[in-house]
Structure formats: C-alpha cells, structure tokens
Design a protein. Sequence first.
Lengths: 114, 113
Amino acid sequence: QKEVEQNSGPLSVPEGAIASLNCTYSDRGSQSFFWYRQYSGKSPELIMFIYSNGDKEDGRFTAQLNKASQYVSLLIRDSQPSDSATYLCAVSGRVTGGGNKLTFGTGTQLKVEL
Amino acid sequence: NAGVTQTPKFQVLKTGQSMTLQCAQDMNHNSMYWYRQDPGMGLRLIYYSASEGTTDKGEVPNGYNVSRLNKREFSLRLESAAPSQTSVYFCASSGGASKNIQYFGAGTRLSVL
C-alpha cells in the first residue's frame, strides 16, 4: 500500500462547478497535510495546508481533514480553466533536528472544461 | 527575492558522466531537500538537510551524493550517471515562520543517454 494515495484522474469538471480532490494516507502519526498545484512543466506551488481536523477555507479553496479516517480533500469552488493542473497531496512526518519530510501522492490531474 | 534557484535548467549526459546540480535559497531557511519526479511515480525524496552541517538519506538515495555547502546552498551530485536517473529534479527549502512549508525551485530536467 502506498503511503499517500490519490486517484490519478483526469478529473473533468465544467467551468463554474466544484472540483473535489481526495487523498488518503497510511501513517496515523502524520501531523501536517499539504496541497500543491503543479502546472505542466512547472514546479509545485503550495495551495493549502491544514493541521487540524475540520475545514480550512482560503478563497475558492477548502481543505478538509479527517484524521480518524486518514483522509484529506481539497474542494475548488467556481472552477476556472486556469485551475487545470495536477494537484499533489503531501503528508509530513517529523525530522530529527528540524525540517519536515514530505511524502507525496502521485497527483490528480484536473481538467476544467469550458 | 529569488526564492529557490536551481542550475542548470536542462542537462543531457552520457552514461557514466558525472555532474552536480546546484541549489541555492535566499529565504534563510534551515532545511533543504532534493526530490526527483518521474511520470506515474510522483515526487520522491532523494536526500535532505535538516540544518546546516547535516544530511540524511531519503527514499531513493542510491547513485547520488549531496553537500550542504553552507546555509544557502545544497548540491546534488551524480558520480556516474545512468539512464535510470533521467528525471526532473527539484530542490526545496523550508524554515522560518512557516517552517513546515516547503518552497520549490523551478527544476532541472536531466536526460542520461
């Protein structure tokens, strides 16, 4: 079993719809959870992070965390064509002496269609 | 601020050649990381440096060495490149007030023939 699992997609949604991206993780000790967006040929950029159970909202983006179910999701409201990208879920574990090791899922490709 | 800068952006090597990928950050971060990204495999951690003077292996360290030259710079060396090392390499850093967030460089696209 992979440590962080995502459906590779592509997930296609019409413009203006809500896109729902999901991620499950295996390490119950994980404490921090991140969503990165990666456009084709570009580097990952942080969209959201969440540490506590529940929801965290930032503009059109909402991250949801359920530690009991080991499940993280990202909702994108009013999806735009510019949201078309691969979304990477990452889960962190502590590093002795500092730092923050991230384990990434393989990403979900999102396509927002006109 | 440039953030995380990687050089070169592209490189083609022949099997057996060596090269060093350079990474520098100007955010005064303590921790730095090297990842490789392959189709269908996601980002995998090669080596990391939690703080200046320390380095540790990640998930896929074989065939690589690293040097944390100072707080700003963290280099990745391929001593004898193999076709299996064809990949996109990303450097990242974290630290400061947002110590758990990693910021990525633009990447180096490496082909080994």
